[in-house]
Design a protein around this ligand. Structure first.
Ligand SMILES: [Cu+2]
Length: 552
């Protein structure tokens, strides 16, 4: 087992094990074997392609240290100062199985508060699990103890900081790592021998050997790195099939990927295996989302995987002014060598049989409007139904009930909707029904358009959040709290609107067939005050690149 990228990582990992007293490895005793799901998985290609350190669960447990700090990492083969987990950019890849426990000995050696979010995990949001309300101050330690449920779908997840108002600077600074839960597709006979690559796409701007603070960067221009390297080479043989798990770990950027010479065969979205493989020429991945794809080696030659120009923040010619991002090469596929005699065929037919919520009875409907309100001093409040994030304003969902949410983007720029703990089924995008069963934990919402989703919170009660995963928007207010309870009170089941300060967002009554009415957006005084404070703290005045043009 490879524990760490360098000596520090390895030592930290060993210390981590010793702290928990798990691997009672007195000299000579063998460590526990890897958890069952890691047996006979498709091989991970180790041919010089950049790869963060891998940490596998053993005997049903992944116990690891996780130190967040600012210090040297290797980026593009060079020593670079960045925010990092365990001295690595990206952080170590955690490889687990459904049903495993995960113990993370977290240490905050950053100058700011932080915490850890297991993005996409269907896991408890409470206590020392996926609790984004934790405030781990500089110098503090915290031990996370996660119980990964047996029904957490195998697939691609990731971890990143989730302390409100620090998410964007910390992700851009370098804090992100992959989590892979094995099983699922790994067991499909047609994929058992298809080798894999795991690719964390991040953007951090480097100058003079240091990652710039996000506030000093022109973000849309920032190069995209795959596992810490600009434009790495992917070797493939003509005819060879490879399976890539792609993580968009950018703080803000949507990427639209296009591989020269072929379509990508999409197998899974946000850890959810699709009912059937989907062939796409352009693959859009929202910040925070993951996609699994199959790629076939073409005739000998080089094939760039491009991030196509994309106007995420319309309003100008240059990225700085909100124009399209430049055409960037994310990686280069080099097809060479002998064509193998027998290459596996791509899977065809059903890959999975997800529960379809399209015909199910809806218990409650809500409407969430994503909007932006100008503030004094060239600042912008990013709001849901006119309100910025207030941890004490909590919307209530009933455990095991079915909710339908209409997500309205009232702006000329893109937003995304991400919710913790429970994934949702995307029903329609911009008025068009999705023709298959499409589960995601983060969906992009086109400008001046809407997306309808359905979800049924199961297994876990507790309080968590939903937000835009353009993390600049999230940090500047576009987030709200939600709790799942077994037996909601009468007040929690009533229809509610933004004008009743304190309880819920725009909701029809539980059990009603009504669509909620949308009250006109207001930024309440308290939110306004918080936003002004926030603007002062983060000096966002010069950072208009992620704000949409003002409405005239
Ligand atoms: Cu947004």
């Amino acid at each position: 087992m490879k524990l760490g990228g360098g000596l520090v990582g390895a030592v930290m990992a060993v210390v981590g094990l010793a702290v928990g007293g798990v691997a009672a490895t007195s000299a000579g005793a063998a460590p526990p074997a890897r958890s069952d799901c890691h047996r006979d998985t498709p091989p991970l290609i180790r041919d010089g392609f950049p790869e963060p350190p891998l940490r596998y669960s053993r005997g049903g447990l992944l116990e690891t240290s996780m130190r967040a700090s600012i210090g040297p990492v290797t980026m593009d083969g060079r020593r670079t100062i960045a925010m990092n987990y365990e001295g690595s950019y990206p952080g170590p890849t955690l490889v687990v199985c459904a049903g495993d426990r995960m113990i993370v000995h977290f240490k905050n050696d950053l100058p700011d508060p932080t915490n850890l979010h297991t993005h996409g995990f269907h896991i408890s949001p409470s206590g020392n699990q996926d609790n984004v309300y934790l405030d781990i101050k500089p110098g503090q330690r915290f031990t996370y103890r996660y119980q990964i449920p047996l029904d957490n779908p195998p697939g691609a997840y990731w971890y990143h900081p989730h302390h409100h108002m620090y998410v964007e600077p910390q992700i851009f600074g370098g804090l992100a790592g992959a989590i892979v839960e094995e099983g699922g597709l790994d067991r499909l006979p047609s994929l058992r021998h298809v080798p894999q690559r795991w690719m964390m796409i991040e953007s951090s701007e480097v100058r003079d050997g240091k990652v710039l603070p996000v506030a000093d960067s022109v973000e849309a221009d920032t190069p995209l790195r795959v596992n810490g390297v600009v434009n790495p080479t992917v070797k493939i043989r003509p005819g060879q099939l490879q399976r890539w798990r792609i993580f968009n770990a950018n703080d803000n950027r949507i990427v639209v990927l296009h591989l020269a010479g072929q379509n990508l065969q999409v197998l899974a979205e946000d850890g959810n295996t699709l009912p059937r493989a989907k062939s796409v020429g352009d693959l859009m991945i929202a910040p925070g989302s993951r996609r699994e794809v199959l790629v076939r080696g073409g005739p000998p030659g080089s094939y760039p995987l491009k991030a196509k120009p994309f106007a995420q923040f319309p309003g100008g010619e240059q990225p700085k002014n909100g124009g399209p991002t430049p055409n960037q090469t994310v990686l280069t596929v080099r097809s060479a060598g002998k064509r193998a005699a027998v290459e596996p065929a791509a899977p065809h037919g059903a890959l999975s049989h997800p529960v379809d919520l399209r015909r199910a009875h809806v218990d409650r409907r809500r409407k969430i409007v994503f909007n932006e309100t100008p503030l004094p001093g060239d600042n912008t409040a990013f709001t849901f139904n006119g309100m910025t994030f207030d941890p004490n304003r909590v919307l209530t969902m009933k455990l095991n009930s079915l909710e339908e949410w209409t997500l309205v983007n009232a702006n000329t720029e893109w937003h995304t909707f991400h919710i913790h703990v429970n994934d949702f089924q995307v029903i329609s995008v911009a008025g068009r029904r999705v023709p298959y069963i499409d589960y995601e934990d983060n969906v992009a919402i086109p400008p001046n358009s809407s997306v309808v989703i359905r979800m049924r919170p199961t297994d876990f009660t507790g309080k968590f959040v939903f937000h835009c995963h353009v993390t600049f928007h999230e940090d500047h207010g576009m987030m709200a709290a939600v709790q799942v309870v077994r037996d909601p009170s009468a007040a929690q089941l009533k229809a509610a609107s933004t004008s009743s300060a304190g309880l819920t967002l725009e909701s029809a009554a539980y059990g009603s067939n009504e669509d909620p009415t949308y009250a006109s957006a207001v930024t309440d005084a308290r939110s306004f005050f918080l936003l002004c404070q926030l603007s002062a703290t983060h000096a966002v005045a010069d950072r208009r690149r992620v704000t949409a043009p003002r409405a005239d």
